[in-house]
Design a protein around this ligand. Sequence first.
Ligand code: SF4
Ligand code: SF4
Length: 385
Amino acid sequence: MHPEVDLTKAADQCVMCGMCLPHCPTYQVSQHEAESPRGRISLIKAFSEGQLTASKALETHLQSCTGCMKCQQVCPANVPYQNIIDHGRSLYRKKLKRSSRLLQKMSILVLTHQWGHQLLALSSVVVKYLPLKNKAIRLLKLITPRSKFETASDNQQSITILPGCTGALFDQQTLTSIVKILTRLKINANTPSKVMCCGALAQHSGHLQQAEQQVATITDYLSQHKTTEFVSFASGCGRQLNDHVADSRHKHSDIISWLANSTKINSLNFESLTQQILVHMPCTLKDKERNNVIGLLNLIPNIRLLEFNDGISCCGAGGMQLISPEDSNRALIDCKIDTIRTLQPDVIVSSNIGCSLSLQLGLQDAGLDINVIHPVTLLAQQLKH
Ligand code: SF4
Ligand code: SF4
């Protein structure tokens, strides 16, 4: 999954042309070279060669990269940016104080394991009524209780849904909505009984071995259950699953694309909706998937769709932001909140739980009471009885 990388060789592929700069969200809002792909590549190269020592500033520049991969997509020299940032972070992590390393590792373990979710669910009950402003406490308050569902056993078709660690913890609403739609389509939904993480969180924090183990757990599960087709519903997990798990034996789709490509979806009828829906397109969605989001939402009669028009491609939630106590990408979420304030939508839809959580926290800070839900949840809400 993560072949050893010669960081000097990989970084030397960068010809410093700067073509990636206008596409990088952190550079767009800061205009700071160290916040650009080219700048981060130079910093990582210098650090790996011992010309630069660990510092708070270096840590911030590595951490603020959202992993949107816009830079890699436009780079004419095919610089392997994903490998460079993953291995750069892994190298930097080894220089952190033991206590910081332990804290980061514990955060990932808690978020990606069953026992951790039980612990967090318990804590969320305790903190529910506390007026604490701390980011971790505010996230605890957004945990959703585990939903139980059963689908009819006489359905001929079944599909496996992988909610991922963050989806299982914070987005049971979307899981329930997917099951509702699948049930209407006479399709059984299966989900693993234990929490399984796609490895993205560990990978983006430089815990590459841990990420590999998590990918192996999913692959083993799919093989043991003879799963030939599975879906996910967070586009961040979807990208990771496409890159590291899906193969000819285990076909993966994001639920949006799966539904959009299913002929059965046209058999469903939806209630009309006259609200203004602001569609957030996570940077982890491919162009085709973006079209699928719009196509599915347009199945709802009279729906009015708005799009973010601020020219910034990312909300800043990616990478390590969820488990980081610092808000190094505050400017990016502030930009999205400004747009929301101008457009005044009734509801926001986003197909990545990381982005949804970031938007929800930003809306709370701004005192705006607007729901952020998954596009599939909106579809399920509008299903005609
Ligand atoms: S586009 Fe590629 S080669 Fe050009 S500066 Fe960016 S990373 Fe380097
Ligand atoms: S992955 Fe995204 S945020 Fe990170 S350097 Fe590339 S364009 Fe910028």
